[in-house]
Design a binder for this molecule. Structure first.
Ligand code: PLP
Length: 401
């Protein structure tokens, strides 16, 4: 390991995947674990999508490589979907189909960054952003905003973080891990600020269709048209169509960005699995009915989990209006003896470990998102599990002495 590269040694492993795999391993050993860890919808992939994939498997033409940036018809369908959902036009040659949204994040920074370039990352952030920036030689610059301001960074805070090396800013609304949907004013102001200072905007729109109450996704490229030639939109089928394991995502940017990302992909993965792209084509070009049904189910769970979390003394959870995460502040429970053994946790990381070991409830500590003191609960799990998990958490966190 001493001989491994600095690049890989500086990368922090994915804490969300670590919590999930520990929970899965405990389950496999026969323990009854309730998993709030993974960002995975518990719904099956829609039947029409599975059918399209099954048919594709029987057609030998799909046993071949596809063009590196993706099947032409899928790139067209993604462009059409953007017009439908985001309300502005892009062309198929601006689209690169990637192995999940995750590869789109990685490729974006490989394309944009030189050593020492800074990327402003509104915090709490999705755990992979800083690592993808570091892997590209960049420097993550975090700007924290708390639940009191809906986790929305102010322009003043962004301006204070801006330097001559600032190359890009990430916008992720609806947000993982907070579930916040940023206001149109905030999104627009960030777009205008980025235009003024020639800063790339990376807009991760993977939760675009999961909005609740009055919230709706504001597409930065729609509200600030001038930003489009310095905008890279990231997206994928994992969340919207309950297709995390199919590994299809994409990036959409100026044609030169797409060409550069495709050049990189040509040496890394060649292309996304042909059959998976056929499945994604059926998903992206189909209706959103099943998505709306999933959203209704998520909405009921959202209400249930927020009520249950706030019902635990010492837990404060703002009401999220997007994605499928609740982000709870548990700082009041740190340093207190909890559970039957009176376990004291000084950090949210220790707290999450104790909660998993002792109450068999898996949640991801805020440290994974640059926000110690919080726990992220994914509510993409069955209603009964949600209720049982919250019952256990409450019982464990309530002092009996
Ligand atoms: N972006 C955000 C904010 C996410 O939460 C995720 C998945 O958790 C992704 C991108 C990537 O998803 P995938 O690689 O499964 O398409």
């Amino acid at each position: 390991w001493q001989t491994f590269s600095d690049r890989i040694n500086h990368v922090t492993p994915s804490a969300t995947l670590a919590v999930d795999s520990k929970a899965k391993a405990m389950k496999a050993s026969g323990l009854d674990v309730i998993g709030f860890g993974a960002g995975e919808p518990n719904f099956p992939t829609p039947a029409n999508v599975v059918k399209a994939a099954a048919e594709a498997c029987l057609d030998p033409k799909n046993y071949k490589y596809t063009p590196t940036p993706g099947l032409p018809e899928l790139r067209e369908a993604i462009a059409a979907k953007m017009l439908r959902d985001s309300g502005y036009e892009v062309t198929a040659d601006q689209v690169v189909v990637t192995n999940g949204g995750k590869q789109a994040v990685y490729s974006t920074f490989q394309v944009l960054l030189n050593d020492g370039d800074e990327v402003i990352i509104p915090t709490p952030y999705w755990t992979s952003y800083p690592e993808a920036v570091k892997l590209a030689g960049g420097v993550p610059v975090t700007v924290f905003a708390g639940g009191d301001v809906n986790f929305e960074p102010s322009i003043e805070a962004l301006e204070a973080a801006r330097t001559e090396r600032t190359k890009a800013i990430i916008v992720n609304s609806p947000n993982n891990p907070t579930g916040a949907v940023w206001s149109p004013e905030t999104v627009k102001a960030i777009g205008e600020w980025a235009v003024e200072h020639h800063i790339w905007v990376i807009s991760d729109e993977i939760y675009e269709h999961l909005n609740y109450d009055e919230a709706h996704t504001t597409y930065i490229g729609a509200v600030v048209p001038e930003v489009r030639n310095q905008l890279i939109v990231l997206n994928g089928v994992a969340k919207t169509y309950a297709m995390p394991g199919w590994r299809v995502g994409w990036l959409v940017g100026p044609v030169e960005v797409a060409k550069a990302a495709s050049k990189l992909q040509g040496h890394m993965t060649s292309n996304v699995a042909n059959v998976s792209q056929r499945a994604a084509l059926a998903a992206v070009s189909g209706p959103l009915d099943e998505v709306h049904e999933m959203r209704r189910a998520f909405d009921a769970r959202r209400r249930a989990i927020v009520a249950a979390l706030n019902d635990i003394e010492g837990v404060v959870c703002p009401t999220p209006t997007g994605a499928f995460y609740a982000f709870a502040d548990i700082t009041a429970l740190l340093g207190k003896p909890l559970g039957p053994n009176g376990t004291v946790s000084d950090t949210s990381s220790e707290f999450a470990a104790a909660l998993l070991d002792e109450a068999h409830v898996a949640a991801v500590p805020g440290e994974a998102f640059g926000a110690p003191g919080y726990l992220r609960f994914s509510y993409a799990l069955a209603d009964e599990d949600l209720a049982e998990g919250m019952r256990r958490f409450k019982q464990w966190a309530t002092r009996h002495d």
